[in-house]
Design a binder for this molecule. Structure first.
Ligand SMILES: Cc1cn([C@H]2C[C@H](O)[C@@H](COP(=O)(O)OP(=O)(O)O[C@H]3O[C@H](C)C(=O)[C@H](O)[C@H]3O)O2)c(=O)[nH]c1=O
Length: 187
């Protein structure tokens, strides 16, 4: 269709443009819906001329009803995804120490109000946080930064070396409506 003669370049370009939708509130809170049962707690980093201190987990915060029983750390190399994974008997509770990671969640639980939804939460060393992954929720941890991601996990049960509570699907499974960028590696 030919543009009317009186139409300016501004009109022409704006006609093709798409306005941003709101993604955060005026207070900076994400407007995206969290997967049912997921909580995020931002962790305060104290910085001085010597370095930093960040408390990672304190049961007194009331962040999660299950006690602290086990902890380990894992890393993810830049560009790599660990996932898709699901736990049937325990929740993960991640605290990010270093890097930038997209935690992608897919909720397949039939009784959940967010059943069928994908939720993407960005964790970053610049605003450290603690986040839990409920039982029976698929999750993939994507390093979207340029340094290794370092996570400390406080799962709700101890690791069972004989029968790990871990179920896997391939990254490109057609069962989850989320696509990683072409060429993303992991598993
Ligand atoms: C968790 C764990 C693992 N291992 C051994 C078992 C394997 O030989 C090796 C790698 O384990 P896995 O493939 O489970 O690790 P990740 O793929 O890094 O898993 C992590 O990323 C994904 C996205 C998650 O969902 C997990 O909760 C999180 O642990 O470490 C142990 O010996 N002890 C442990 O506590």
């Amino acid at each position: 269709m030919k543009a009317p003669l009186h139409e300016t370049l501004l009109d022409q370009t704006l006609r093709e443009a798409v306005q941003d939708k709101a993604t955060v509130s005026a207070e900076g809170r994400s407007l995206g819906r969290l997967t049912h049962g997921v909580s995020v707690r931002f962790l305060k980093t104290h910085t001085d001329e010597r370095g930093t201190v960040t408390e990672l987990y304190d049961p007194r915060w009331g962040f999660h009803p299950e006690p602290l029983v086990f902890s380990y750390t894992f890393t993810i190399r830049p560009g790599v995804v660990k996932g898709w994974n699901l736990h049937r008997r325990h929740e993960d509770r991640y605290a990010i120490l270093q890097g930038r990671m997209a935690l992608v969640l897919f909720d397949p639980r039939p009784d959940s109000p967010t059943c069928g939804e994908v939720c993407r939460i960005v964790l970053s060393e610049h605003e450290r946080c603690l986040v839990n992954v409920p039982i029976n929720v698929w999750h993939a941890d994507h390093n979207i930064g340029s340094s290794d991601v370092v996570i400390v996990n406080f799962p709700t049960i101890q690791y069972d070396h004989a029968a790990p509570d871990k179920w896997r699907l391939p990254l490109d499974t057609p069962l989850i409506p989320y696509r990683f960028p072409e060429g993303t590696t992991g598993g």
